[in-house]
Design a protein around this ligand. Structure first.
Ligand code: GDP
Ligand code: IMO
Ligand code: MG
Length: 432
């Protein structure tokens, strides 16, 4: 039996998961998404073209990789259809290489309306949801009334759809939301017809059979550990288990078959949406980071909040996930900063300093404690492992020491090629 490697974000999402899954995919027979849904926006860049995937795994551009949408995902057939349309011109073998779990939960048009209604009713406390229907769809799953992908094959699917959406529409009567239900319903059923053309499978059997036959497998996380439903900055989180354990439940893989855990993080921090962000910079420096990093959401286009790297939260994510290798993204964004700050601890209300994440992050102010390192003040364009600027090597060593996990990959730009490998594993990935 081979093992499943897991790649997941250690911060608040958008760490660059899509890029690295695409880079690593040639090394894997199977790439599988295990949670989240169209709230994800995973960007891949190669041959001068930028692609953003939402629900389809990021191995889809590699000819021989099997891509699986696991049972832990919430799938919106309408978004799925739009994603396929965008991919059409690249002549990918999507019908052959994409497999969808019958147990994945369906996002219905009314879930998106409910998402909007709930956010609106929260006023100033809104989560900043992507409004893709994620929360309401997972609510129905946990509330044991959701519909699943496999249900679209049942004769009475339309009836079941009407029963559930009638419940939703009654709730919406109490909210000030306008919509054209007939149009939404038509879009949904047109998209369901397309979904039926795909391989709808018992993915837990499929994946375990693949492992038994010795296939290599990469589980692709969405969002980030600090948005996890249990361990994130609740209630400003998403509704799924974004951590390694989520790969087990979201794919039907036993914990003993988890292999490497790749924890991916930006050389600084970003967050899109509301919620606590201890190292956030609300000044010119933060604005500069946003500009340099082009920090605008891949799914919603919203500006991302920016700030320095945060070691207490990274240590926490590493602990929860059992990270074995760290991948540092967007190092190039710090090219222009003469001083790089690292948050090494939090000063609490009582004056004490901790490197642990306090329970109360929302209602109590915590002040980051920074250590300053020198910047490298040069462009990382075209650098390789042996000619990294000394100040960047110091930054890497500092982080490795503080986090006690090796940094095995440095990303220096959005393109597949702008990647520096510090580990034979990745060199192999590139060699194919
Ligand atoms: P994901 O959700 O984790 O897949 O990340 P996103 O795709 O939402 O956001 C990452 C953004 O950073 C995308 O626009 C990528 O093209 C871009 N990106 C990825 N790696 C790098 C890098 O090393 N440097 C720079 N400048 N941009 C990068
Ligand atoms: P990827 O996979 C960054 C954020 C939203 C909001 C909160 C809840 O691209 O890294 P939801 O739509 O789940 O109800 O939103 O989570 N969020 C993300 N932020 N990257 C993502 O995905 C995100 N998916 C959700 O902005 O604050
Ligand atoms: Mg993203």
């Amino acid at each position: 039996m081979s093992k499943v490697d897991v790649l997941l974000g250690l911060q608040w999402g958008d760490e660059g998961k899509g890029k690295i899954v695409d880079v690593m995919a040639p090394r894997y027979d199977v790439v599988a998404r295990f949670q989240g849904g169209p709230n994800a926006g995973h960007t891949l860049e190669f041959d001068g073209i930028k692609h953003v995937l939402h629900q389809i795994p990021s191995g889809i551009f590699r000819e021989t990789t099997k891509n699986v949408i696991g049972n832990g995902v919430v799938l919106d057939p309408i978004v799925f259809r739009a994603e396929l349309e965008k991919l059409q011109k690249y002549n990918l073998n999507v019908h052959e290489n994409l497999f969808i779990s019958k147990k994945a939960t369906l996002i219905l048009p009314s879930h998106k309306l409910l998402d909007m209604a709930y956010e609106k009713s929260k006023g100033d406390n809104k989560i900043g949801s992507t409004l893709k229907g994620i929360g309401p769809a997972y609510q129905d799953k946990v509330g044991r009334q959701g519909l699943r992908v496999g249900d679209i094959l049942a004769d009475n699917f339309k009836e079941r759809f009407k029963t559930l959406t009638a419940i939703h529409l009654r709730i919406l009567d109490d909210h000030d939301i306008t919509y054209d239900w007939d149009d939404l319903e038509k879009q949904f059923f047109d998209s369901v017809t397309l979904l039926k053309e795909f391989k709808l499978i018992e993915s837990e059997y499929f994946l375990n059979r693949e492992l038994k036959n010795g296939s290599t497998m990469l589980a692709e996380g969405a969002q980030g550990s600090l948005l996890d439903i249990d361990f994130g900055s609740y209630p400003f989180v998403t509704s799924s288990s974004t951590v390694t354990a989520g790969a087990c439940t979201g794919l039907g893989i036993a914990p003993r078959y988890i292999g490497e855990v790749f924890g991916i993080f930006k050389a600084y921090s970003t967050r899109v949406g509301s919620g606590p962000f201890p190292t956030e910079l609300q000044d010119e420096e933060g604005e500069r980071m946003r500009r340099q990093g082009n920090e605008f959401g891949s799914t919603t286009g919203r500006p991302r909040r920016c700030g320095w790297i945060d070691l207490p939260s990274l240590k926490y994510s590493i602990m929860i996930n059992g990270v074995t290798q760290l991948l540092m993204m967007k190092a190039d964004v710090l090219d222009v900063f003469p001083v790089i700050k690292v948050c090494t601890g939090y000063r609490l209300k009582d004056g004490s300093v901790t490197d642990m994440l306090p329970f109360e992050l929302v209602h109590e102010k915590i002040t980051p404690v920074y250590q300053e390192l020198r910047g490298w003040n040069c462009s990382l364009a075209g650098v390789s492992e042996n000619d990294l600027p000394p100040a960047l090597n110091e930054y890497i060593s500092f982080l490795e020491k503080a986090l006690s996990v090796p940094i095995t990959l440095i990303s220096t730009g959005p393109d597949r090629k702008e990647t520096v490998y510090r580990h034979p594993f990745f060199k192999q990935a590139v060699a194919g």
